[in-house]
Design a protein around this ligand. Sequence first.
Ligand SMILES: [Ca+2]
Length: 293
Amino acid sequence: MIKSESPILARAVAATVLCAVLALALFAADRGRAANRVAAGEVDAASLVPRNPAVSQAADWNLIFHDEFNGSFLNTRKWSRLRGDRHKYGSPFNRSLESAAYSIRNVTQNRGSAVLTLKRRPAKGYRRFPYSSGMIQSGPKFAFRYGYVEARVKVPRCSGCWPAFWLLEDPPDSSWPPEIDVFEFFDTAKEKRPHFNFHWKQGSRRRQTGIKPYGEPRRSYVGSWHTYAMLWTPETIQVFIDNQPGPTYNNAARIPHKASYLIFNLALQRGNRPRSGRKMLIDFVRVWQPATG
Ligand SMILES: [Ca+2]
């Protein structure tokens, strides 16, 4: 116990203690606000750098677009849940190969992820397709030309499920190809690895590199979280998984030079009848471009 030597000393001690308590209270309040910010899904954008050392060390990168999907609702300033320039239609991308049309009801945001759900129930206006599913696209709200994109995604294991992360030229519906497939799994009940593909137009002919599996040959990438990325420069397209290099495409004459937008979807191949409720989850997507000057 402190025994006061004088009233002046006692006041000085009291003032010091009060200052310390105030400082602690302010510190605690600040920490509380920081915790609330994290809880609300806000992230300090400056702290987000490419996780891939080969990429992060090659340049200084500016984050130009990201979504951490951490709030309660999908940010419709960044994403559309239907296809088309006006976001008006739910048609599958390939009507002859797919069994699920898209519905805004099949896209939610929960526990820090965007959730695309396959349901054994037709989408409104698309009764000829027995299933409905979820997709999100950034066009025409966001598109970019050259850069590095990274997304952490978990694809479900299910018969005929065809989850994909890919890019098409902006604005939507303008032309096809080009198409860059960062990943596709054509049937997650049978395939364990993602596939890269790149489609381009040569005169009036449509060409493609053909699907190229990547990742470790004996490992399964289905049902678990992985970070898929793509580096796009005027000369190169290269994909990565969990920061490990995948296929590269180096023919500069064919690399697309127009801005493209991002698409994530959970398609279903015709002839399959998986149980309702399979989900594709997206934890985040981030896009950077090299800092100039
Ligand atoms: Ca997240």
